[in-house]
Design a protein around this ligand. Structure first.
Ligand SMILES: [Zn+2]
Length: 486
């Protein structure tokens, strides 16, 4: 990965220029020649408004992608906008405040959609041979801008200082038609030419003299730090979340994903394989070949991955691929770099019936997460710590019992919060660790609680249970555990 090298950003023409600061260095970016405060505030407002619109309407995928950029920095160190990998496994969104204010809301949305789509391309169509071909770079620009125009309901590219900025797909098609016709070849009509990303590339390759403009975007060329692993992890997570939204009835997410699949899987073995692994065939009513698809498992691995990451990366072992979890195999996460262990608390509600299969899977998953110190609890009205490997790991008390108070029944999430937050003792011992994440496996039937740090709590609700954490204020991460195929 190159840092501080040459870069170009959206719509720039001409020669790449050297970066003025390390684009992965947050503090340097913030410190570099700050723009006027009023401009920064307006640019930030436009950015927020654009991302909100995406989530509600035009692009669930883009909305998820940007939600995975923990830092979104207005900086004059880039001329336009770019998503860069920060080196810790997360991405930064950089945007030039003057550029955004000059574009206005419609232009900002176009540029942000464009950037997001590039990341998706980079994930789905990452064949190194393709990426080295400047004709592919142009094809990607054409494809991305065509989709941006269509999805955002535009007829023109965004204007900057009264002039359109970016590659115009129709103009490229015109040049293609003229080139082929001049050489006695039959060109495709625009609608056919533009249908899939790889077809655009294939058709441009038929040209005697394919236009190769100067590099336009940072992502497919040089300089902007964006390692494949980070892009893969971030994009597959965004696609997974969009897919889950689609399955829960978000019609916009479903349409966007179906369209994205149709545009990318044809002609690209990698894209077809990634869609298959993701289980996206379910949107077409197809059954995944791998059989049972446990969406909640994919979801949990994804959520845990983000909770347990903090300033260093938690990665899927490279060889097995970032979408390992989606294969229905046991996911495995590994940690990179010298850092303190992350602390994970897993709490099983033993008052209801906990499916053994689920408990087994969770126990194995946590056992495989590298660099994590796990604390296991079972609870009903009281909390009982235990060690996996003991019989209690199955949520069943040891033969001699745990010495807990039986009778009275019921369940108390507050008992878990009180213990985890250090207010109560169990067997004379206090929980003296600050967890990075708390996973609660329960049927949800007990009075709702608001933990001190709700963003760290992850609720897995068993079948027939009550998923109140999702609609609680504040809402918490929550997913239904299913033991069937759906
Ligand atoms: Zn681009």
């Amino acid at each position: 990965m190159r840092r501080g090298g040459r870069h170009m950003a959206y719509g720039e023409r001409g020669r790449p220029r050297p970066s003025v600061v390390d684009l992965a260095d947050r503090r340097a970016l913030e410190a570099y020649r700050p723009a006027d405060q009023g401009v920064v505030a307006e640019a930030r407002r436009l950015k927020e408004a654009a991302l909100l619109d995406f989530g509600l309407t035009e692009s669930v995928v883009a909305s998820w992608l940007y939600s995975k950029c923990p830092h979104q920095i207005p900086t004059t160190a880039v001329d336009t906008a770019a998503v860069v990998a920060s080196g810790d496994g997360t991405c930064l969104l950089l945007y030039n405040p003057d550029f955004f204010v000059g574009l206005g809301l419609d232009g900002v949305k176009f540029v942000l959609f464009h950037e997001a789509r590039h990341l998706v391309h980079r994930h789905l169509l990452a064949d190194p041979e393709l990426r080295e071909d400047p004709v592919f770079t142009l094809a990607a620009e054409v494809a991305v801008n065509h989709v941006a125009l269509a999805r955002l309901g535009r007829t023109e590219l965004p204007l900057l200082d009264g002039r359109p900025t970016g590659v115009d797909p129709r103009a490229v098609h015109d040049a293609y038609r003229e080139d082929l016709t001049a050489h006695g070849l039959e060109p495709l009509a625009y609608e056919e030419f533009i249908e899939t990303d790889m077809r655009i590339y294939g058709e441009l390759k038929r040209m005697c003299d394919p236009p190769v403009p100067p590099p336009l975007c940072p992502h497919l060329v040089t300089g902007v730090p964006a390692d494949q692993e980070t892009v893969d992890a971030m994009t597959s997570s965004a696609l997974l979340n969009a897919l889950l939204a689609a399955r829960r009835g978000h019609a916009g997410a479903e349409r966007e994903l179906l369209d994205l699949m149709r545009r990318t899987e044809e002609g690209s073995a990698r894209a077809a394989k990634l869609w298959g692994k993701l289980g996206a065939g379910v949107l077409r009513g197809a059954t995944a070949r791998t059989g049972t698809v446990d969406w909640w498992q994919r979801w949990l691995v994804d959520v845990l991955g983000s909770r347990l990451r903090d300033g260093e990366r938690l990665v899927y072992p490279k060889k097995r691929g970032a979408l390992l979890a989606a294969l229905g195999q046991d996911p495995m996460l590994a940690r990179r770099g010298p850092v303190r262990d992350k602390v994970l608390v897993i709490a099983y509600d033993t008052s209801g019936s906990m499916p053994d299969r689920v408990i087994d899977w969770l126990t194995r998953l946590v056992g495989r997460i590298d660099g994590v110190q796990a604390h296991w609890l079972s609870f009903d009205t009281v909390v009982m710590p235990f060690r996996p490997g003991e019989r209690s790991e199955m949520g069943v008390p040891p033969d001699e019992g745990w010495g807990r108070v039986y009778g009275g029944g019921g369940t108390s999430f507050q008992a878990v919060a009180d213990y985890v937050e250090g207010r109560t003792e169990v067997a004379g011992r206090r929980c003296d660790v600050a967890p990075d994440a708390v996973v609660v496996l329960t049927d949800g039937y007990a009075p709702p609680i608001t933990p001190a740090e709700p963003e760290k709590w992850i609720w897995l609700i068993t079948e027939g249970g009550k998923d109140w954490p999702e609609t609680h204020t504040p809402a918490m991460d929550c997913h239904r555990v299913t033991t069937g195929s759906r």
